[in-house]
Ligand binder design. Structure first.
Ligand code: SF4
Ligand code: SF4
Length: 363
């Protein structure tokens, strides 16, 4: 069984920030940091318009603890696949600052993991069922250690968004995200194409030709997604079609790729606060489905996500939320329609962690 440390957020006269520091100590996260280590602190800066994302105040606490352990922290996320306020590093950093993240507030530099336009990635070979070459944001690949700070909430593709989603999907480059999101090859939207030819340069399979418009030779296309994130005119359609089980397994394999070269150098914090039914990539958030429950810390990404979903399901739902029954014992399934279990079962199967855990309460 894996140990998951848990601090209940109810109770008088206890700062939630102090609880974060205490959990860092009880989980022995200082042990993953050697003096001088560059430590990536993976967060989600929140989409513009969203207010449920994890507050920079918690990030500051972890930054301070990493510094005290001798590490050199930076705060990071990778660019999004969808066109929003975080799909390139310039927009992403502006959005982060608008949402309250900056050196002044978190005490560490903000670095977008996969660079200006998502093409700054390292290809990591794994022998996955679905993924053989994962594209990981280079800043995190080159970091010595990683601490994931995950806001635990609902997610429209994976049921809930936990540590696996934060690391696996969150640290894939933009084209890596395309591979995770889609089982369908990209296609040209001819009415948007200006025939500029930029996509040709980025296609590794020489599958694109351009005359009056661009065209993709499906017999050559590898489905790598490079062209979809290259076109400035959004003329290459991202196909979002995929099966829930498949995307969950791909996310797990990407998580494996991120952590495989960092044994005993990755720690996970999950915050069950502001449990919106939708993920923080939405430019909104809804009434939380449960009250704020707690903060968890573990070295096991499967155990911590399992513990969080169990805690949410054991807690009475909030009236006025999207739940119709307060005693719903599978709340994320109810609000998203997605069975979230495959990610945990598959993660355990390939050895990322265990679904059996011991919850250690930290007062
Ligand atoms: S980059 Fe976009 S606009 Fe330019 S040729 Fe390719 S599909 Fe057309
Ligand atoms: S998905 Fe990759 S291989 Fe296919 S056309 Fe686009 S760049 Fe080329």
């Amino acid at each position: 069984m894996s140990e998951v440390y848990f601090s209940n957020l109810s109770g008088k006269h206890k700062s939630w920030l102090d609880r974060t520091s205490k959990l860092f100590d009880r989980a022995k996260f200082a042990s993953l940091i050697e003096p001088g280590d560059i430590v990536a602190i993976k967060v989600h800066f929140g989409e513009r318009g969203n207010t449920a994302f994890l507050s920079p105040l918690f990030v500051r606490r972890v930054v301070d603890k990493v510094k005290a352990a001798g590490g050199k922290p930076f705060v990071t996320d990778a660019n999004t696949l969808y066109v929003g306020a975080r799909s390139n590093a310039v927009d992403h950093l502006i959005t982060a600052i608008e949402n309250g993240f900056s050196y002044a507030t978190v005490g560490a530099p903000l670095i977008i993991a996969d660079g200006i336009n998502g093409k700054d990635y390292i290809t990591v070979g794994i022998d996955g069922k679905h993924v053989k070459e994962a594209k990981i944001g280079s800043a995190v690949y080159h970091a010595d250690a990683v601490i994931a700070l995950t806001h635990f909430k609902g997610h429209e593709l994976t049921g809930f968004g936990g540590a696996l989603k934060n690391i696996g999907m969150g640290l894939g480059s933009r084209s890596g995200k395309q591979v995770m999101h889609s089982d369908v090859l990209p296609s040209i939207e001819e009415e948007k194409c200006t025939s500029c030819g930029k996509c040709i340069k980025w296609c590794p399979a020489e599958a694109i030709t351009v005359s009056s418009t661009a065209a993709i030779d499906a017999s050559r296309c590898l489905g790598c997604g490079e062209c979809t994130v290259t076109c400035s005119f959004e003329a290459i359609a991202v196909n979002w079609k995929t099966e829930p089980d498949l995307i969950q397994e791909k996310i797990v394999e990407y998580t494996w790729a991120v952590i495989k070269d960092k044994p005993d150098k990755v720690g996970y914090f999950n915050f069950i606060t502001n449990v919106s039914p939708d993920c923080d990539c939405c430019g909104w958030n809804d009434t939380p489905i449960v009250p704020d429950i707690g903060i968890l810390a573990s070295f096991d990404p499967i155990a911590i996500d399992q513990a969080c979903v169990d805690l949410v399901n054991r807690t009475e739902g909030l009236p006025g939320s999207r739940l119709s029954a307060i005693n719903d014992d599978d709340k994320f399934r109810t609000v998203t329609g997605i069975d979230w279990r495959p990610q945990l079962a598959y993660g355990e199967k390939i050895g990322l962690g265990k679904r059996n855990y011991t919850l250690v309460e930290v007062k």
